[in-house]
Design a protein around this ligand. Structure first.
Ligand SMILES: *Cc1c(COP(=O)(O)O)cnc(C)c1O
Length: 332
């Protein structure tokens, strides 16, 4: 476990990295270590864990809208009153695309908010050659088996501040200090040695994996670009090739395509759906038309280690055929 922690900190080029037993625990520990309390501005275009962890820690999520280009939290969509009441901002580097980190930092400073990035998709991502994990008071990673780098189950928190990191180290180990006295109210958030061993093995071929996935993604882009639109990537950031999201014209078209592909044995996943600002249990606070629209017509195409370029061509051609037929039928 310590070896993986050291090697990951080195690989990702960050100082204070703490391994934990999953990505949701990483969020929980970040909020606890930073003492997040009250209103939290977050994005509805994410996996449920981003929001449920905020609620689980008895905080209140308020949903900002997202950029229609990067799909990340648009801090300009939040009014000053909400910002003045907020204790923290929890944006997500969606599909690995970094948030507007400088704008968010400026707003957070002005309104005295903590910033915790959910970086579950952003393993090895950089902005101007700097790790995306270096932004915010904390950034969290998930190492679930479905993620780019994985330990089967696992996660990590990267802290900016050494003192907060030292506190978090105790929090994941029942709050016990070196005298084995519970100095804080802690939990069991440790990554197991078996999971860490899996991570050490996976780390040996992560570079080759990222490269392969980037090639597959480029091939998808090449074939599909006249038929659908994609997340727009800034020039100064790296794409780790973790996901292949595509936007269709509307939800009806999306559902048709997913159903036809499923019959052919190809699984395209609605990810993320639904927009979490529409979910009753999360309180439905915030007006998010862009997120609701994107969530209704986005899907992720197959992208995994064993997929080959020939598969990408097959899937793309099939997808194009389905869309052509569908659009031929529905337009007059
Ligand atoms: C996977 C994921 C999580 C949760 O991580 P787990 O390791 O499954 O607990 C949180 N946020 C995002 C954006 C994710 O994709």
């Amino acid at each position: 476990m310590q070896e993986l922690e050291r090697k990951l900190a080195e690989y990702l080029n960050v100082e204070y990295l703490l391994l934990v037993n999953n990505g949701t625990m990483a969020l929980d520990i970040a909020y606890r270590a930073l003492e997040v309390d009250g209103l939290v501005i977050t994005t509805p275009f994410t996996f449920a864990a981003t929001t449920s962890s905020i609620c689980w820690q008895h905080n209140t999520p308020v949903f900002a809208d997202i950029s229609s280009e990067s799909f990340t939290l648009d801090i300009a969509s939040v009014d000053d009153k909400t910002l003045s009441l907020a204790d923290a901002i929890v944006p997500v580097h969606v599909f690995g695309h970094p948030c507007q980190v400088d704008e968010i930092a400026a707003v957070a400073k002005k309104h005295n908010c903590k910033v915790i990035y959910d970086a579950a998709h952003a393993f090895a991502t950089t902005i101007n050659n700097r790790s995306v994990l270096a932004y915010g008071d904390a950034a969290t990673l998930s190492f679930h088996a479905t993620k780019l780098f994985h330990t089967v189950e696992g996660g990590a928190v990267v802290f900016k501040d050494k003192a907060v990191y030292e506190k978090a180290k105790l929090l994941v180990n029942f709050g016990l200090n070196s005298q084995q006295v519970p100095e804080f109210i802690g939990t069991n958030g440790k990554l197991s040695e078996v999971h860490a061993a899996m991570g050490l093995t996976n780390l040996t071929f992560i570079d080759a994996l990222i490269k392969h996935r980037q090639q597959l993604k480029a091939a998808y882009y090449d074939r599909l670009n006249t038929y659908m639109s994609f997340q727009t990537w800034q020039a100064n950031v790296t794409d780790n090739g973790a996901y292949m999201p595509v936007l269709l014209k509307n939800e009806a078209e999306l559902l048709h395509v997913i159903n036809v592909l499923a019959v052919e044995g190809i699984q395209a996943r609605r990810y993320f759906y639904p927009s979490l600002s529409l979910v009753e249990s999360f309180g439905q606070r915030g007006v998010t038309p862009i997120a609701n629209d994107i969530a209704s017509r986005i899907m992720c195409l197959p992208l995994y280690a064993d997929l080959q370029l020939t598969d990408v061509k097959l899937i793309s051609d099939m997808l194009i055929n389905v869309i052509k037929q569908y659009r031929g039928r529905t337009t007059t």
